[in-house]
Ligand binder design. Structure first.
Ligand code: ASP
Length: 361
């Protein structure tokens, strides 16, 4: 079956172009292909992201950011770097980019602050690290990696996690560093809907952007799953959570098995969506378990969990997945998901839209 790609950029990229035109490609997803030597799949959040509501500038900004991530990751993986470094590097870059709901650009809590979550898992060893409720660490994904490598624990939370990060020498910032006008305005709208008085604005005003965002309810979490040349699959996820969250709410992103999971030879998963559903369905683990215990491939297992289980429970969002041999897949039940993949076979694809559409079947 021919597939209509939002962008097919291998040649466009070499010209530095970020196309947003739908084109029919000659890429045939049903053709048997040799397993990739390395592969990479990324997301920048799922949600109400429609072509009609997207301005050309905003679309171009997302396509450029996603393609830059794929190019960086491809370069690292093709030169033999380990998947864990790729996952950490790409997520750190996303955390610095205010387009995404992670690090700088994170959504705000009901009290007008920031509470950042991240996790990482190494598929070869099942080592994992996670942090929840960070308030001042510039790169939460690095804090998650440090928790995995330099603590006896898997998950650290709140002040303890901030303190651990500082002790590990990570970059500590004033919370105002995370602030963007866009997220403050989203908070005001959410509180108005909730009928709650806004908190004082402790950090604004900040420089505004000319970009307009169609997706107030877009999630914007970032995730990366990479398989390196040794076959190790690593998955990572980072987020500011959901707008106007309260009471120390923690979503799925830092929960191993819900927002992130990796087991080399089976799968790697990073999720984005309303975490309350992803936690209860243990979505990342559930997809891996289906792959391991049934005849389903990564695409089929993801589609089942997203379009049957998540949808029936009333949840919204999506996943990026690498299957046993590093074959990329994704699935989502929202109008859009910022996403892309690249492999050693020379593929590099970025997509934003398509309701209930999957790329690989
Ligand atoms: N899953 C995240 C959470 O619930 C939100 C997102 O994906 O953007 O915290």
């Amino acid at each position: 079956m021919k597939h209509y790609l939002s962008v097919s950029l291998i040649s466009a990229l070499s010209l530095g172009l970020a196309s947003c035109v739908s084109v029919e490609t000659d890429f045939d997803f049903d053709d048997p292909k040799p397993a990739p030597e390395w592969s990479l799949v990324i997301h920048g959040g799922a949600g109400v992201i429609t072509r009609e509501a997207m301005s050309a500038d905003t679309e171009a900004a997302y396509l450029t950011a996603l393609n830059a991530a794929l190019s960086t990751g491809s370069e690292m993986l093709s030169s033999g770097e380990p998947a864990i470094d790729v996952v950490e590097t790409l997520i750190r870059n996303f955390e610095d980019d205010p387009l995404f709901n992670a690090g700088r650009g994170a959504v705000m809590t009901e009290t007008g602050g920031f509470s950042l979550d991240a996790s990482i898992m190494v598929g070869d060893t099942l080592d994992a690290g996670a942090v929840a409720g960070l308030s001042n660490v510039r790169h939460p994904i690095t804090a998650a990696r440090k928790a995995m490598e330099n603590s006896p624990h898997v998950m650290l939370a709140s002040e303890g996690a901030d303190q651990f990060s500082a002790e590990q020498g990570l970059e500590i910032v004033d919370p105002g560093y995370f602030y963007t006008e866009r997220r403050w305005e989203s908070l005001l709208r959410a509180l108005e809907r909730r009928g709650v008085e806004p908190p004082p604005n402790l950090y604004g005003p900040a420089e505004t952007t000319d970009l307009s965002f169609p997706d107030d309810r877009k999630f914007g979490t970032v995730g990366v799953v990479a398989m390196d040349q040794s076959g190790n699959i690593v998955a990572g996820t980072s987020t500011g959570g959901t707008t106007a969250k309260r009471w120390g709410r923690v979503g799925d992103s830092p929960i191993i098995g819900a927002g992130t999971y990796a087991k080399s030879g089976t799968c790697g998963v990073s999720a984005t969506g309303t975490g309350e559903y992803f936690i209860r369905l243990a979505i990342a683990y559930a997809i891996c378990a289906r792959i391991e215990q049934s005849e389903e491939n990564a695409q089929q297992a993801s589609d089942h969990i997203i379009h049957t289980e998540l949808t029936e429970l009333g949840g919204d969002g999506g996943v990026i997945v690498l299957g046993p041999d590093g074959e990329p897949a994704w699935s989502f039940n929202t109008e859009g998901m910022y996403r892309g993949f690249a492999t050693s076979r020379g593929e590099q694809v970025v997509e934003i839209y398509e309701f209930n559409e999957t790329a690989f079947d």
